[in-house]
Design a protein around this ligand. Structure first.
Ligand SMILES: [Zn+2]
Length: 324
C-alpha cells in the first residue's frame, strides 16, 4: 500500500501497524476502510474476517477489493470482501432477523408461530444449522423467541395502558396474544406476568412491587417483582431510568411501587453482567452486533428476566416469602 493519504490523521488505520492490529482484533469498524491479503493462500479478506489469522510476514494491505484482485488475490468465501457483496455475518444476521419477523407476524395474525423446519427452509438452511445459528446470534432458541414475543403481546393486550384498547377482557387478550387455548394461556400467565391475569389487568391493585435499576451495554434497565410472591412482573430497557419508571407506573398504576431490597438489586446486577458478557463473547459478538436494535433488546430483556426468575425462585426455596 502506498503512503497514507493527506487526511490520514482522521483515519485510525493509516499505518500498517494499526491495520495489522485491526486484523488481529477482527475489528468490524475497520471493514470497508482497507482489505488484507495472505500470500500463502492467495486470498484477500475484510479486516473482521473470522478465518484463522495468518502470519504477519505473509500479509499485505490493500486500499480496495479491486486493488487486491489486481495484485492477483481471490476474494475469501467466508467474509465475501468484494464490493457490494454482503458479508457472511450480514447474511446470517439477515436470516435470523427475517425468521424473527416471521414469528412476530404469525403472532400478530393470531396464528401459531412457524415450525423450526419451516423457518429453516425459508432461509435455506438445515433445521440443525438454523437452530444453532439462531441460538448463537440471540442466545435464545426460535421457540424461546416466540414465547418471549407472545408474552410481550400478552402484557400489551392486558395492560391498562395498553395501546390495544379493543381488548377489554382477559379472554380477548389471550387471543390477541396468539394463545389458541385457554389452558396454555393459564399455564404461561404466571411466568409471563408475575401475577394472575386479572390482577395484571387491574393495574396491580393492592400489590407491592419492588424494582431495581441496572446499567447495561444497551442502556438503562429496570426489573420489578411482586414483593409477596417474588414473581418477576416487569423487565425492560429504556432511554432513561426515569422513562422506565414511568413505563412501570403505566403498567401498574394501582400498585405500590417501591425500591426493592439490596438482595434483589444484586440479583438483577448479576444477571445483567452475565448476559452482557455472553453478548460480548466471540464468536457470536459480531453476529449479535449486526442484528437490529429491537431484536438485541428483546433477547437481552428475555435472558436477564430468565436468570432473575431462576435466582428468585432459588432464593424463595431457602427463605419463604412474607405472607400478606
Ligand atoms: Zn475472509
Amino acid at each position: 500500500m502506498k503512503g497514507p493519504p493527506p487526511h490520514s490523521r482522521k483515519n485510525p488505520y493509516a499505518t500498517d501497524a494499526a491495520r495489522w492490529a485491526a486484523v488481529v482484533g477482527k475489528e468490524r469498524a475497520a471493514d470497508g476502510l482497507f482489505w488484507f491479503s495472505v500470500a500463502t493462500t492467495g486470498i484477500y479478506c475484510r479486516p473482521s474476517c473470522a478465518s484463522r489469522p495468518a502470519l504477519r510476514r505473509n500479509v499485505a494491505f490493500h486500499a480496495s477489493p479491486g486493488a487486491a484482485e489486481a495484485a492477483g488475490f481471490r476474494p475469501c468465501k467466508r467474509c465475501r470482501p468484494a464490493a457490494g457483496e454482503p458479508s457472511l455475518v450480514a447474511l446470517r444476521a439477515d436470516a435470523v432477523t427475517r425468521s424473527c419477523r416471521r414469528i412476530e407476524a404469525a403472532l400478530r395474525a393470531g396464528t401459531t408461530p412457524p415450525r423450526l423446519a419451516d423457518l429453516a427452509r425459508e432461509v435455506g438452511l438445515s433445521p440443525h444449522h438454523f437452530h444453532r445459528l439462531f441460538k448463537s446470534a440471540l442466545g435464545l432458541t426460535p421457540k424461546d423467541y416466540a414465547a418471549a414475543s407472545r408474552d410481550r403481546r400478552l402484557r400489551q393486550a392486558l395492560s391498562p395502558a395498553g395501546t390495544d384498547a379493543t381488548t377489554t377482557t382477559v379472554t380477548e387478550a389471550l387471543h390477541a396474544a396468539g394463545f389458541n387455548a385457554a389452558s396454555r394461556f393459564y399455564a404461561a400467565a404466571p411466568r409471563a406476568l408475575g401475577m394472575s391475569p386479572a390482577r395484571f389487568r387491574d393495574g396491580g391493585s393492592g400489590m407491592r412491587i419492588g424494582f431495581a435499576h441496572a446499567a447495561t451495554p444497551f442502556g438503562p434497565f429496570l426489573a420489578a417483582r411482586v414483593e409477596a410472591a417474588r414473581g418477576l412482573c416487569f423487565a425492560s430497557l429504556g432511554t432513561s431510568p426515569a422513562a422506565i419508571e414511568r413505563a412501570l407506573r403505566a403498567a401498574f398504576p394501582r400498585a405500590a411501587r417501591i425500591a426493592a431490597d439490596g438482595a434483589f438489586g444484586k440479583i438483577v446486577a448479576r444477571a445483567v453482567s452475565l448476559v452482557s458478557l455472553e453478548a460480548d463473547a466471540t464468536p457470536s459478538r459480531s453476529l449479535f452486533a449486526a442484528l437490529p436494535p429491537d431484536l438485541q433488546a428483546t433477547a437481552f430483556q428475555c435472558r436477564v428476566g430468565e436468570i432473575v426468575r431462576q435466582d428468585e425462585s432459588g432464593r424463595m426455596r431457602k427463605t419463604p416469602p412474607v405472607s400478606t
